[in-house]
Design a protein around this ligand. Sequence first.
Ligand code: PAF
Length: 311
Amino acid sequence: MKIIVVGQGAMGLLWYHHLATSNVTTSLSMLTSTQNASLNADYDFVDNQGVSFQGNVNYANNEHIKVADVILLCVKSFQIKSVLQEISKYLQNNTNIILGHNGMGTLAELPKEFISKHNIYALLTTHGSLRNAPLSITHTGIGVTDIGLVSGDVEIAEQKTLVSVLNTAFPKVTLHKSIIIKQWLKLAVNCVINPLTALHNIDNGQINNDIFTTKIEEILTEFVAVAKCEGVLLNAAELTKTVHEVAKATAKNCSSMRCDILANRKTEINYINGYIHKLGLKHSIATPENTKLLQAIFKKEKDHSAGTNNK
Ligand code: PAF
């Protein structure tokens, strides 16, 4: 199987390393926006026991894209559309496109023609990975990966073959006939943990402090109402429990949104609380808490970049 990993961040490198060291591919390459001849193509990987490994990055070119069976996108949600637009002219029909980002709403942004030509999967992960420096990551927490087809008509046997390759490289990967509920559960976790940790500059575990109880309840009540209009039935009390469990399991972690704010990077807020805000407008449901979080993160992004530019 010929695989291209797009993105050299914490998740991209984590997948690249496991695919590279497991010999499950006939061709493996990495596609990034910054790749060039002068870039040092060695990467550093530290596993969750502290053992270091050095490897080499094989960068993708157009010839790799033309024959790729799988494009594993480990980029931010707001980069999906432009990355796929750039490479779409080289892709063969029925390429397996795997979207591995936080948040929801990227599939709806893709051109209909692109969607009809390819098989699109959503990938959800609970692995912890920290980018220490460019091309250097630490696998901070062993998790699991869930994957499911979100668009396209693919025989189940073919789906299983793809997932089996990924599972051999980096277990455990589970194939789901329907991934939609899992996507909404992950979105609920992200709608709470990401903006609150970013705005208060706290580790994930601190979300379980009583001062956040009412806020979490309000965010998730709106979330459940919007999900219902989309035909997804969820229970606010169960979601709250899941959020608390994830916060506990990742207590010492810096959420991706908090990391983005601290590093003056654009966040995925538009695809997290922003997604709930947009669906609220669509269904005429008020989502004041999610909307406030969306605006507060926008403001934080602006303040941070202004602060950096003034330095
Ligand atoms: O975005 C993140 O950081 C993660 O999805 C999560 C689950 C909030 C844990 O840090």
